[in-house]
Design a protein around this ligand. Structure first.
Ligand SMILES: Cc1cc2nc3c(=O)[nH]c(=O)nc-3n(C[C@H](O)[C@H](O)[C@H](O)COP(=O)(O)OP(=O)(O)OC[C@H]3O[C@@H](n4cnc5c(N)ncnc54)[C@H](O)[C@@H]3O)c2cc1C
Length: 529
């Protein structure tokens, strides 16, 4: 049996980040990934045709930009091949009535777009960004540390620059914030669409801050994406792990976490191989799968009950195309090639989508859409002059006839969504399609067991599953009830998306428990304590 200081189950960007910090701090690290390639939801594949590099899941790496990892350049990821591209325009939003709003990197230019609808709304946008500046330090500090109990969060919020006003925003729905601050229906749809991009139902309480954070993040960082594809982030992290003596093995699904005397001491993979961990095991296995792998008998009843209550988030339907030319989106000035396009006709469309979702219905007449053509800014992802195109919509995993029904429906659904987006362009049609690949919410679960029930953010970020309650109340510190077993990934604070925060926060707790620190990883010293 091989022996390591730390064995990590899963090679998504979060657990790779935990492993990279640990390896740099001097620990001997082994990462075991179940699938044939690393990266989880930040991987790349030639899904359609050779030479067309698609992001099957994430493309935008926005939230990770404000992680201290990037903000302070802690691991020098650029030296390991990671380079970010910031598109301009940030995104464009054509409406079916011929109107359009485009967000540009230049704030004045975005303001001018909004002022065509309402000068008051253009001013309200500037005020929203100013208010976010006042709230961001509190929110960022919360996200970059293990969560505090709700009373402490409320007290610290009140003590901030906006005082009780920020508390009210936190508790509000994002839709209330948007309708209070903006008057024009197109402008409201524009901001609601951005605020929806982490898939939180915006009509639910405690979503108010999304109307600020996601909007300000896009204005600041654009629809930022890694040159060469999403996998460049995990590849850079893998190189750091290997350079520091670590090993990464793929096609090694972990089927058992070994617990001896209440302590995690290693793992067993599906092929029967056993790997001993002398200091810790780190899991990014989905929290719903954890009891079966760690053994129900090793988890206290209240922890198991918390896991049993876990709910999925809204889910996505992703179609990928190889195109002979980039889509040109209709705008009020001229047709625009844009890496990102948003589709949401009005707030009523969002309500309609959420209501269909909650009843397991497919409503394709007025869908909310996200279209991404990374090759508009990154030609390395396709043969010369050609393009990769991803079309996302937000459709339920649970259909009335059960999720398996997706296998019969998905081609027809993809065609309907393609037609809907084609209406918003001058040139998108079958004529320019060279290849296609469709992933229903069920396929997204099949591709990555961490996408439990199609949920690509670990699970819902409802108040019951956020902060101090994620994944289970009392266990939000990345530790678990099993000694030496740590949990990271989208099921832990602050949740899904490419933020790297669950990974870095977990590293901080793990290293401190092992007598080391993030500081030791950032400025490595010679010996492990
Ligand atoms: C279609 C789609 C589009 C998205 N778009 C964006 C976007 O543009 N921007 C954004 O910020 N977010 C996006 N997301 C969400 C984001 O990609 C994820 O929330 C995030 O990547 C999760 O990262 P993670 O490290 O927590 O886990 P994951 O990336 O899910 O990685 C977990 C890894 O663990 C492995 N694993 C699981 N169980 C085992 C086991 N038993 N043994 C061994 N290995 C195991 C899995 O195979 C996987 O590789 C998208 C998601 C999807 C599905």
């Amino acid at each position: 049996m091989s022996q390591w200081d730390i064995v990590v189950a899963g090679a998504g960007h979060n657990s790779l980040l935990t492993a990279a910090y640990a390896a740099r701090a001097g620990f001997k690290v082994l990462v075991l990934e179940g699938s044939p390639r690393i990266g989880g939801d930040t991987t790349c594949e030639e899904l359609t045709l050779p030479g067309f590099i698609h992001d099957p899941c994430a493309t935008a790496h926005n939230l990770i930009q404000s992680n201290p990892l990037m903000r302070n350049d802690e691991l020098h990821l650029d030296r390991y091949g990671l380079r970010y591209l910031a598109p301009d325009p940030v995104f464009t939003m054509p409406f079916r009535d011929g109107r359009s709003i485009t967000m540009w990197r230049d704030l004045d230019r975005t303001g001018a777009e909004l002022a065509r609808f309402s000068t008051a709304d253009a001013e309200a946008y500037r005020q929203l960004l100013v208010d976010w500046q006042a709230m961001a330090p509190i929110v960022n500090e919360e996200r970059e540390n293990p969560p505090r109990p709700p009373q402490e969060v409320a007290a610290r919020t009140r003590a901030g620059a906006m005082g009780d006003r920020m508390l009210a925003i936190r508790r509000a729905t994002a839709l209330d914030v948007i309708t209070e601050r903006f008057q024009d229906e197109h402008v409201r749809a524009f901001f609601a669409w951005i605020a929806f991009m982490t898939l939180h139902p915006l009509d639910e309480p405690e979503t108010g801050l999304l109307a600020f954070s996601l909007v300000a993040g896009r204005q600041r960082f654009s629809w930022i994406l890694p040159e060469g594809g999403s996998i460049r982030l995990p590849l850079a992290l893998a190189r750091i792990i290997e350079e520091n003596g670590g090993t990464i093995l793929t096609e090694k699904p972990v089927t058992r976490i070994v617990v001896e005397g209440g302590r995690a001491t290693g793992v067993v993979t599906v092929d029967g191989s056993a790997y001993r961990a002398t200091r810790a095991v780190v899991s990014s296995i989905h929290i719903r799968h954890l009891p079966g792998i760690v053994g129900e008998e090793n988890l206290p009843a209240e922890y198991r009950a918390g896991i049993a209550r876990w709910q999925p988030s809204l889910t996505m339907f992703a179609s990928h195309y190889a195109l002979s030319e980039a889509p040109r989106f209709l705008t009020e000035s001229e047709p625009l090639e844009s890496v990102t396009m948003g589709g949401m006709e009005s707030l009523a469309s969002l309500h309609r989508m959420l209501s269909a979702f909650r009843s397991g219905q497919l409503d394709l007449d007025d869908p909310v859409l996200l279209a991404i053509t990374p090759t508009v800014i990154d030609p390395t992802r396709a043969p010369a002059g050609k393009h990769t195109f991803k079309l996302i919509s937000f459709l339920p995993y649970e259909l009335a006839e059960g999720p398996k029904r997706w296998d019969q429906l998905k081609d027809e659904v993809a065609a309907r969504l393609f037609d809907q987006v084609a209406r918003l362009t001058t040139n998108l049609s079958e004529r320019i399609v060279l290849g296609r690949y469709i992933n229903s919410p069920l396929d997204l679960e099949r591709r990555n067991p961490a996408n439990w029930r199609g949920s690509c953010h670990g699970g819902a970020s409802s108040p019951q599953q956020s902060g101090y309650f994620r994944p289970v109340e009392g266990w939000s510190s990345y530790r678990t009830p099993v000694a030496a077993l740590y949990q990271t990934g989208a099921c832990t604070h602050p949740g899904g998306s490419v933020s790297g925060l669950p990974g870095r926060n977990c590293a901080s707790v793990l290293l401190s428990d092992l007598g080391s620190s993030l500081e030791d990883a950032i400025h490595p010293r010679a010996a492990v304590p």
